[in-house]
Structures are given as structure tokens and as C-alpha cells.
Ligand binder design. Structure first.
Ligand SMILES: CC(C)(COP(=O)(O)OP(=O)(O)OC[C@H]1O[C@@H](n2cnc3c(N)ncnc32)[C@H](O)[C@@H]1OP(=O)(O)O)[C@@H](O)C(=O)NCCC(=O)NCCS
Length: 217
């Protein structure tokens, strides 16, 4: 049974109603109805979340949403324009606490269960792929012991970075452009551009080839 093939398209209009990085070719026969309903659901949810984001201070936001509405923390500053969220089974938690800044570049996709709430500053570049259950922390939230203050340090993630399922990025980390963090990795140190890292703690696996303007789909 053909459920849908993922292809690239140049059509801005179709992209606007689907996930920004791909479009699914409509299936044949009876599944057309389900396909249409799903597209309709994405459309109204996207309109609703975009309005909600704008009402809550995210000027110029344009959010595509598939699935449940995210848990939004909007006491801080959030700078987003065009991003896509998918949360069919688990909600995405996203935002910035008071005095903190969250910045996400255009075309970045965030999958279900991801937690990205800035305590100081989290910057995510354009066209990133954030896998399900990913956590990006710029604060440890708790002190380790009496003599150690709670660590809080900005996190910066570059352009076209892919964070695999369940990856955790810890405070102070900087991940370079085009890098890939394998599923389940715990990133404790900076990741050089065009590098694949894996494991806990994340270690370099190999270099990656990517020209400056290449975009991962
Ligand atoms: C990142 C990824 C695509 C890399 O795959 P790859 O390039 O084919 O890597 P390989 O399978 O050749 O593995 C290279 C090495 O890294 C290790 N490795 C790969 N993935 C790993 C992981 N998630 N955790 C720990 N080690 C890992 C391999 O064991 C291997 O080690 P070795 O050289 O000592 O044998 C893959 O590891 C991954 O994490 N996929 C999951 C992506 C995902 O989460 N998708 C869904 C959400 S977006």
C-alpha cells in the first residue's frame, strides 16, 4: 500500500501547509480522505498556534504544527519566524524563562517530546532538525553540592545541525554548523562544525562532508 512518498518541491504554497522540509505525495483511494483530514488538521493548528505565539509576544512568528499544542514558556524573549513543530504523541516544551532568550532560525524542525526552555540563552540556527525527546539545557537547575553554584551557561547550535532522538545538550555547549549528534548522545563539550558525535559523553565519530549552503532534509 502506498501511503505517501516524501519528495522535495519548490512550491512555496504547498510547503506552507505541510512540514517545511518535505511534502507527502497524496496516496491513492480510500487513504485520500485521511490524508486530506491530516492536512486540514495541520492547517488549522498552524493558524491557531501562530496566532497564539504572536499574542504571547513572538512577533513575526509563523509556526507549522502537526499534533498537540506545545507547552509554551513566554516570560522571557523568544525570537522565531518560520519553524515547524511535530507533537503527535508527546507535547513539545519550548520557551524562555524571565530574563532569558530563546532564538530559533528559519526552517528548523522540532519533533515530539523535545524540551527547549531557556534559563539564560539558547540559540538554534536555521534549518536544524531536532529529534524526538531531545533536551537542550542552558542550566543544570540544581546545585551539585553546597560549595558549587548551579551552572547556567548559554547554548549555541549552528546552521543545519541534526540532533538525533533523545540527545541531551548541556549548558555552555556550542555545536558547529552541519554537525550531527547521534541518538541518545549526551553533549558535554563543544562540537566542531561538520562532525558526527555519539555516546555519553559524546565523542567525535568522524568528519562530515557538507558545503556551506547544503541543507539536510
Ligand atoms: C547519527 C547516525 C545517523 C550515524 O549513523 P552512521 O553514520 O551510519 O554511523 P555508524 O553506524 O557507521 O557508526 C559509526 C560509529 O558510531 C557509533 N554509533 C552510531 N550511532 C551511535 C549512537 N546513537 N550512540 C552511540 N554510538 C553510536 C557506532 O557504534 C560506530 O562505532 P564504531 O566505529 O566503534 O563501531 C546514527 O547513529 C543515529 O543516531 N541515528 C538515529 C537518528 C535519529 O534519531 N532519527 C530519528 C529522529 S530525527
Amino acid at each position: 500500500m502506498v501511503v505517501g512518498r516524501v519528495v522535495r518541491t519548490g512550491s512555496q504554497v504547498r510547503d506552507a501547509f505541510l512540514m517545511p522540509h518535505s511534502v507527502a505525495v497524496p496516496p491513492d483511494g480510500s487513504r485520500r480522505y485521511l490524508y486530506a483530514m491530516n492536512r486540514l488538521s495541520v492547517l488549522w493548528r498552524s493558524v491557531a498556534i501562530t496566532l497564539l505565539c504572536r499574542v504571547r509576544g513572538m512577533r513575526g512568528a509563523y509556526v507549522i504544527l502537526e499534533g498537540q499544542f506545545p507547552v509554551l514558556h513566554t516570560r522571557g524573549t523568544i525570537r522565531v519566524r518560520k519553524i515547524a513543530l511535530r507533537s503527535r504523541t508527546v507535547r513539545v516544551e519550548i520557551g524562555a524563562d524571565e530574563g532569558a532568550v530563546l532564538e530559533i532560525g528559519d526552517g528548523t524542525f522540532i519533533n515530539q517530546g523535545a524540551v527547549i526552555v531557556a534559563s539564560s540563552r539558547i540559540t538554534i540556527g536555521a534549518n536544524c532538525r531536532v529529534g524526538d525527546q531531545v533536551a537542550i539545557y542552558d542550566s543544570d537547575f540544581h546545585a551539585i553540592d553546597e560549595s558549587t553554584p548551579t551552572r547556567t551557561a548559554p547554548v549555541t547550535i549552528g546552521f543545519n545541525v541534526w540532533l538525533g532522538r533523545g540527545a541531551t545538550v548541556l549548558p555552555g555547549v556550542c555545536i558547529g554548523d552541519h554537525a550531527v549528534v547521534a541518538a541518545g548522545a549526551v553533549v558535554t563539550k563543544d562540537v566542531v562544525s561538520r562532525t558526527l558525535v555519539a555516546g555519553n559523553p559524546a565523542k567525535r565519530v568522524r568528519e562530515l562532508s557538507a558545503s556551506s549552503d547544503w541543507r539536510r532534509v
